[in-house]
Design a protein around this ligand. Sequence first.
Ligand code: A3P
Ligand code: MG
Ligand code: MG
Ligand code: MG
Length: 333
Amino acid sequence: MLESEKEFALSAVQAAAAICRRVQSGIALDSLDKKDRSPVTVADFAVQALISGLLAEQFPDDALVGEEGADQLREASAEELRNRVVAEVQAARDDDPTSETVLNWIDRGQAAGGAQGRFWVLDPIDGTKGFLRKEQYAIALALIENGQVQLGVLGCPNLPESMDQPTGPDAGYAFVAVKGQGTEAAKMPADGTLGELSPIAVSSSDDPASARRCESVESGHASHDEMAQIAEKAQMTGEPVRLDSQAKYATVARGESVAYLRLSPDASYTEKIWDHAAGEIVVTEAGGVVTDLLGKPLDFTQGRGLVNNRGIIATNAALHERVVRATAEVLGF
Ligand SMILES: Nc1ncnc2c1ncn2[C@@H]1O[C@H](COP(=O)(O)O)[C@@H](OP(=O)(O)O)[C@H]1O
Ligand SMILES: [Mg+2]
Ligand SMILES: [Mg+2]
Ligand SMILES: [Mg+2]
């Protein structure tokens, strides 16, 4: 089941990772450049165009819910940015699509999603802040059918074998999960190769005290204080590891952290499906549990957002109930 979709998603994400790496290598961390957000903008648009174009060719009937749209790029004043995006897409393909074709591919990602039918979900670069800091980011691609995530791929070009190692030239992993078939990981280093896929599983530990959890680097995305209170209540006393992007889901899936908590400091913020669809299936197929703060499954049927959601609890199976209970106590549910 979904063999050709799985192969497609892995190779599309791998091609996207090459764009990301090339663009990221042009960021000079110690120069005035560091206030320049344009590299991530170029890579965001180029990756969405590339993957959307490949999808249009291989699965022309499937819609795409992608984070980006081309409105900004169509403005006359965006000519330089537009040319950089088109050049990246052309370099990644054997042919030379026109600028209009590239913009139309990006805009194919404006589908509404919903409860019916089959569509893909793409976050071309998740963790844009991490990308700019040359830390963690992910290319996240998922397939949803009738509201259920069926397939997810996370490409994490800067993820080392273990979070205790610095990221280096050997870093890079791809994770793939298919409903009912488990989660696999393969090395995806900068040399452009993809290693052998092998199964991964969440941690089996039920000891909260020895457990390591992870959370966002950005306090604007997740309330570090409230999450610390929840962790304390659950007796998860270890220091949290902070990393950007859905690489957090990947670390839970491979058993390196036992929990990923996410609680937006902004109660009016609506989480987006592209920030969670691939991560959710990567964790659940590895044996973990992913819910909202009330312990209910994430609802991917409501369009581009996860409506009525205030946050995420992704853990191994053994600790999930404990974290849901601690969350209810701290937040007063
Ligand atoms: N106020 C907010 N609360 C929660 N998430 C937010 C947010 N503002 C932006 N985000 C999302 O947080 C994502 C990054 O999450 P993390 O902190 O785990 O790396 C962003 O994805 P992008 O980087 O793709 O834009 C963005 O969609
Ligand atoms: Mg994102
Ligand atoms: Mg993004
Ligand atoms: Mg964004």
